[in-house]
Design a protein around this ligand. Structure first.
Ligand code: NAD
Length: 266
């Protein structure tokens, strides 16, 4: 039996980058997948097609995760299509980088509302369904799993990106507080903290050999990550193999959080 056989996984912001990789990995592990996208269906439909080509089941559903009514609609449509939910991957996120003294309130609010409020809204709806349904032993020993896509920037400060770093720091304590509160219901809550992964969000940092060379200075393992690196970690966190793992951030970063500058100094 595949690790997520018979389970339903909802991945937000899954029409590109890490979200697409996670959606494909979840489907390969046997889950039916809801591919959420913000506005343009093209990328999401390509992910759905790929899942179906591989013999899996998936649908694309539009919703801006920062809008409560759209999130409620996303969950209603998920239950209409697949009956219930077993795994939420809170992946949708964005950057609006500005020097601190020039940062507009709009840039601050946009990043916080998608990266932090969006995770709150989706996790709240998922938790309600997990509590309502409870554990189904044939599927999993947990009543449900919530995986928050955080970042190494939940612990590494990031000049020029104060809104983004604050949102991910917020995700860390949101995740831990939810983990504490929801554990009695057998709901597992964890985060993944990616390092540098090749996706559209950070294209400038890796799309020329010079940029990639410079980025590698921050990665002791000397390789920029790929979405499948995160997909594999997400499947493990969603599966019963990690049943006793709860309230942690799993950094998947090639060692970026190891203070690489100290390898030759300090
Ligand atoms: P990406 O830009 O490819 O993916 C982000 C996705 O979120 C996009 O599909 C986008 O359409 C979607 N999105 C944005 N606003 C949304 C909204 N309001 N509602 C629904 N969806 C929305 O970039 P990515 O690198 O794949 O990012 C995915 C997650 O991983 C983000 O939370 C990001 O902060 C995190 N992350 C990425 C890296 C990296 O190196 N790529 C590192 C650390 C953390």
């Amino acid at each position: 039996m595949q690790r997520l056989q018979g389970q339903v996984a909802l991945v937000t912001g899954a029409s590109s980058g890490i979200g697409s990789g996670v959606a494909l990995s979840m489907a390969q592990a046997g889950a039916k997948v809801v591919v959420n996208y913000a506005s343009s269906p093209k990328g999401a439909e390509a992910v759905v097609d790929e899942v179906k080509e591989q013999g899996g089941d998936a649908i694309a559903i539009q919703a801006d995760v920062s809008q409560e009514d759209q999130v409620l609609n996303l969950f209603a449509k998920t239950y209409e299509a697949f009956g219930t939910l077993d795994v939420l991957v809170n992946n949708a996120g964005l950057q609006k980088d500005q020097p601190f003294t020039e940062m507009t309130l709009d840039a601050w609010n946009k990043v916080i509302s998608v990266n932090l409020t969006g995770q709150f809204l989706c996790a709240r709806e998922a938790a309600k369904e997990f509590i309502r349904r409870g554990v189904v032993p044939e599927k999993s020993c947990s009543a449900g799993k919530i995986i928050c896509m955080s970042s190494v920037h939940e612990v590494i400060p990031w000049a020029g990106h104060c809104n983004y770093a604050a949102s991910k720091g917020g995700v860390m304590l949101l995740m831990k507080s939810m983990a504490q509160e929801l554990a009695p219901h057998k709901i597992r809550v964890n985060s993944i903290g990616p390092g540098a992964i090749k996706t559209p969000i950070n294209k400038d940092a890796w799309d020329t050999p010079e940029a990639e060379e410079s980025l590698l200075n921050l990665i002791p393992y000397n390789r920029v990550g790929e979405p499948t690196d995160i997909g594999k970690a997400a499947v493990w966190l969603a599966s019963d193999e990690s049943e006793y793992v709860h309230g942690i951030t799993l950094f998947v970063d090639g060692g970026m959080t190891l203070y690489p500058g100290f390898a030759t100094g300090g």
